[in-house]
Design a protein around this ligand. Sequence first.
Ligand SMILES: Nc1ncnc2c1ncn2[C@@H]1O[C@H](COP(=O)(O)OP(=O)(O)OC[C@H]2O[C@@H]([n+]3cccc(C(=O)O)c3)[C@H](O)[C@@H]2O)[C@@H](O)[C@H]1O
Ligand SMILES: Nc1ncnc2c1ncn2[C@@H]1O[C@H](COP(=O)(O)OP(=O)(O)OP(=O)(O)O)[C@@H](O)[C@H]1O
Ligand SMILES: [Mg+2]
Length: 270
Amino acid sequence: MTLQQQIIKELNVSPTINVEAEVRKRVDFLKSYVKQSGTKGLLIAISGGIDSAVATGLCKRATDELTEESGEEYRTLGVFQPYGKQEDIDHSYATAKAFELKYTVETNIEASVNQIAEEVERGMVKMGLEKTTMTPQGKGNVKARTRMVMQYALAFEQNLLVVGTDHASEAITGFYTKWGDGAVDITPLGSLNKRQVRQLAAHLGVPKEILEKAPSAGLWEGQTDEKELGISYEDNSDYLEGKQINPEVQERLEAFYKRTHHKRNAIPGI
Ligand SMILES: Nc1ncnc2c1ncn2[C@@H]1O[C@H](COP(=O)(O)OP(=O)(O)OC[C@H]2O[C@@H]([n+]3cccc(C(=O)O)c3)[C@H](O)[C@@H]2O)[C@@H](O)[C@H]1O
Ligand SMILES: Nc1ncnc2c1ncn2[C@@H]1O[C@H](COP(=O)(O)OP(=O)(O)OP(=O)(O)O)[C@@H](O)[C@H]1O
Ligand SMILES: [Mg+2]
């Protein structure tokens, strides 16, 4: 078995999908998991990007159906988490509107993130290090982890499960913060590549401006996924569909995969 075949098997990606069947399967998965968990619904952090928009659509459908079938209310709570002012926050609100979310809340992460960064930098000064300012990457991971802390605080108080938006095109590169956006209770998009996420988005009615924008983690100025990784989602998706891609791009993609095993595997221990 080639490494490509192994990865496709591990991440459980299908080369082609029936979009309607995929939506049904994932909504049913969310419904049955919520029911057996004894919780009252789902919490989804909405960034204004396509992955969280698709997840929001699935969550809302799942909790609406549960409410209708049980006669008890199940909720989807949408959480907006800007760091200070977020340029594309309109897209987050447009997502909530498109899926008619009844429950939303905005929790700004700026003050908490800055406090953590200042304390860390004070610590680095005290340690006598040469470099005492956090990198944009390091601070970016603090942003992702701070979002997670706030999501879990809200989920605990309202008996909700935290929904993740990770999919196979991110899992293969480990393109998420360990214990940040990667720390969730349930992931409804896990076995889809980015191309398939886009297909679901169009089907579910994700607003056009969100369908068309470049994927970004939004952790620092000008960041886009494809620029940071140096790999397009077209190539990434082709690879996960078993297609032959440019050998140099393949090598790069597989290097990311090998380097990030620790994010996908259980915590090593003895
Ligand atoms: N071999 C190993 N075994 C066990 N643990 C290992 C390890 N190597 C590193 N580690 C640990 O992992 C840490 C590094 O992992 P991590 O903290 O995740 O940091 P890292 O993978 O370096 O950075 C996160 C990446 O994900 C991207 N991201 C983040 C958040 C959101 C999104 C998005 O798309 O929205 C994207 C971000 O742009 C960046 O490229 C190390 O500090 C170390 O603690
Ligand atoms: N500003 C934010 N507000 C709320 N949630 C956020 C924010 N930034 C990131 N997140 C959460 O982290 C997840 C990971 O971000 P990621 O960028 O991979 O997905 P996305 O923004 O939904 O889609 P895209 O990859 O197309 O940008 C988001 O789906 C969302 O759940
Ligand atoms: Mg994003």
